[in-house]
Design a protein around this ligand. Structure first.
Ligand code: PRX
Length: 673
């Protein structure tokens, strides 16, 4: 393994676009209380404090022996002999783990459990409609995966081909992912909330030949017309040869002869025998699109052996999981959390997984906790945004349920403010359940900074300590590595098996985005504080990425959607603090000459962005501005726009370099909310 850099190396690229004016819910006045690990947690845990420290030490100092052991939780067809070849330097840049090993990911999630545990429930599904429920054993899941794998082959999918999956949270989503893994096809799951335009872009970028979708998905009693969205997207995707459609809502979706196929009809005729392909550890498993500071979303590529090892290992330790327990991750499979902690990690560990199609407030605000009681859920893993929304509705919705089965609670996707943490702890967990605040990213494949429940004292709002094999570094804007208690930009100094391997179709962009800012380090894009106990506190993104309800979005994407509207001349989008969503979307818009901005245009632009990207990108504020604050060289000063959006206009900093400083006064006086 490479040694960590000392930080004295020169910077490769200017980092002046990175934020230094962070304001997040971390700056809450809530006092920090420490929750020490009770003896009963450490007694039942896979590792206690000592065990954790020893494993962490081994992961860094005896790397090969450590990974030999941990990768042993995976069944290899041909065991690896070469641990890793990783470099974050431009000259010999590359990431490879377990390179000469072979395996099949679906066989690890299914086949190996069958002999003794085939009748164990793999998926407990609860529909948006509480009356719709299904339970699927490992044997049944295996059969369906084999059938779908055979159908995908009949429709032309081969090893290495890309298959786009655009499905609601139904068991067929896991079936489709595992069916791809079985035949070596690369899946690209697109969140069902994305618009036809966003879907088309993702299909085109990776040249998918096949799409798996459903007639519709259900959310909060309303149908989301997925098949109609696919039809609209495919107008722009001539490369797609076939669409496999799961019948779910029976909404009479139109089918195109020769291209579209009902899954239930093909399933009835398909064989349940499909031997798994032997795949190399570094063969691609999936692509998942995620937003960055610039340009269109990137296709993050994860491969097979390292990713599965990381997903399974982290699921095992972080949730302290033991087979037989009921485990529920409330994330959608359209996001990386759904990949690693609804499907791959838990199924590799033979978990019984709850899968929920609906939303936390339908039919009412008790829904989550009723599901917990109904299935006796032991582990619940969800996003702060949902907790904040539920917290606002009052404790009664929670307290009228039992929740006695709960043993552990998790949080993911965005900073959890201490108020929400304490509510989760006190009201949901009744002071019994450890809370694991897990920091990670699409790019990291799995959890990176997190408490281990039997080992790490908890501090509300802190993701606490690094996972085994993770070496965090905090650096200042000049790239100097900071020691001890400090605040800076969060980097990771050496590779770990779950790390992304490339940006699909653009390896140079992979290097440029993550490794060129600070030489020899992976730059996460997050700001972070380390306290005197070595605990990490994520303070939010320092680049032009915003996190709305745990959904990651590039401000550039929303800006390009806005300027694509015929009445818009220019747009600048920034995040604003939002009580429930964490961050909201604040858009400054300059209209074309002769266009009078009014309420009707505001509504039109909001609807436009929703149709271009999807409802998750709905702007919270549209601020019509005759001009934007620009430097004389024409660069928009986002720092000022952020301050105005945050309603922090008392100290706008130096505005003397602006071409026209009066623009700022105008924006301040016309601020909408
Ligand atoms: O800013 C961090 C935030 O979410 C970003 C990653 O988003 P995404 O790739 O969509 O993955 C989300 C699910 C892992 C990070 O750069 N983030 C994620 N988890 C946390 C977090 N911020 C604070 N605390 C967390 N626990």
């Amino acid at each position: 393994m490479r040694a960590a850099p000392d930080g004295s190396l020169p910077l490769r690229q200017s980092v002046t676009n990175l934020r230094t004016d962070r304001q997040t819910c971390r700056e809450s006045a809530f006092p920090v209380t420490v929750h020490p690990v009770p003896a009963e947690w450490s007694a039942r845990a896979h590792v206690d404090a000592e065990g954790r420290a020893e494993k962490y030490r081994r992961s860094i100092e005896e790397t090969e022996a450590f990974w030999r052991e941990e990768s042993g939780r995976i069944d290899w067809i041909r065991p690896w002999t070469r641990l890793s070849r990783c470099s974050f330097d431009e000259a010999d840049f590359g990431i490879e783990w377990f390179g000469d090993g072979t395996l099949n990911v679906s066989a690890n999630c299914l086949d190996r459990h069958l002999a003794e545990h085939g009748e164990t429930t793999a998926i407990i599904w609860e529909g948006d409609d509480p009356a719709r429920r299904r339970q699927i054993t490992y044997r049944e899941l295996h059969e369906d995966v084999c059938r779908m794998a055979n159908v995908l082959r009949q429709l032309g999918a081969r090893r290495g081909d890309r298959v786009t999956i655009y499905l609601p949270m139904i068991p067929e989503a896991a079936v489709a992912m595992l069916a791809c893994a079985r035949i070596g096809a690369i899946h690209s799951v697109v969140f069902g909330g994305f618009s036809p335009e966003a879907l088309a872009g993702r299909i085109q970028d990776c040249d998918s030949r096949l799409v798996v979708t459903a007639d519709a998905g259900m959310r909060g009693g309303k149908a989301v017309p997925l098949k109609a969205n696919v039809d609209a997207a495919l107008e722009h995707c001539p490369g797609v040869e076939a669409v496999l459609v799961v019948r779910h809502a029976d909404n009479g979706a139109a089918m195109r002869e020769g291209r579209d196929h009902w899954w239930d009809e093909r399933r009835a005729a398909a064989s349940a025998d499909c031997p798994p392909e032997e795949m190399g550890a570094e063969d691609p498993l999936f692509i998942l699109y995620t937003s960055g500071s610039t340009g269109k979303p990137k296709g993050v590529l994860h491969t097979s052996g390292g990713y599965l090892t990381w997903a399974a290992m982290t699921h095992h330790y972080v949730f302290d999981y033991r087979p037989g327990e009921v485990y529920w991750c409330a994330a959608d499979i359209g996001w990386v959390t759904g990949h690693s902690y609804v499907v791959y990690g838990p199924l590799a560990n033979r978990a019984t997984v709850v899968m929920f199609e609906g939303v936390p407030n339908y039919p009412d605000f008790s829904r989550f906790w009723e599901i917990v009681d109904r299935y006796q859920v032991n582990v619940f893993y969800g996003a702060p945004t949902a907790l904040r929304a539920l917290m606002r509705e009052g404790d009664e919705w929670v307290s009228r349920t039992s929740r006695k089965s709960l043993r552990l609670l998790g949080s993911v996707g965005e900073p959890i403010n201490p108020e929400a943490w304490e509510w989760y702890w006190r009201v949901v967990g009744e002071g019994r359940c450890p809370i694991v605040d897990t920091w990670w990213q699409t790019e990291t494949g799995g959890i990176m900074i997190t408490p281990l429940p039997g080992a790490v004292d908890l501090k509300p709002g802190s993701a606490t300590l690094p996972m085994f094999g993770v070496v965090p570094r905090l650096v200042d804007a000049e790239g100097k590595v900071l020691e001890g208690a400090a605040e800076g930009n969060l980097c990771i100094a050496q590779s770990w098996p779950g790390q992304m391997r490339t940006v699909w179709g653009d390896h140079a962009r992979f290097f440029q985005t993550y490794f060129s800012t600070y030489k020899g380090l992976y730059f996460t894009g997050d700001g972070c504080r380390r306290d005197e106990d070595g605990y990490y506190w994520i303070t939010g993104r320092v680049d032009d990425v915003i996190n709305v309800s745990g959904h990651r979005m590039g401000t550039a994407e929303i800006e390009s959607a806005l300027v694509a509207h015929c009445k818009v001349a220019e747009a600048a989008v920034v995040g604003m603090p939002h009580d429930i969503k964490g961050q909201g979307i604040y858009a400054y818009v300059t209209t074309n000459a002769g266009v009078e901005p009014d309420e009707a245009l505001r509504r039109e632009l909001v609807a436009w962005v929703r149709s271009e990207i999807g409802p998750i990108a709905t702007p919270d504020v549209i601020h019509f501005a005759p001009g934007l604050p620009k430097t004389r060289s024409g660069k928009i000063m986002r720092r000022i726009l952020r301050k105005i959006a945050e309603n922090d206009t008392s100290n706008l900093g130096d505005t003397s370099t602006l071409a026209d400083p009066s623009v700022v006064d105008h924006l301040v006086t016309t601020r909408a909310v």
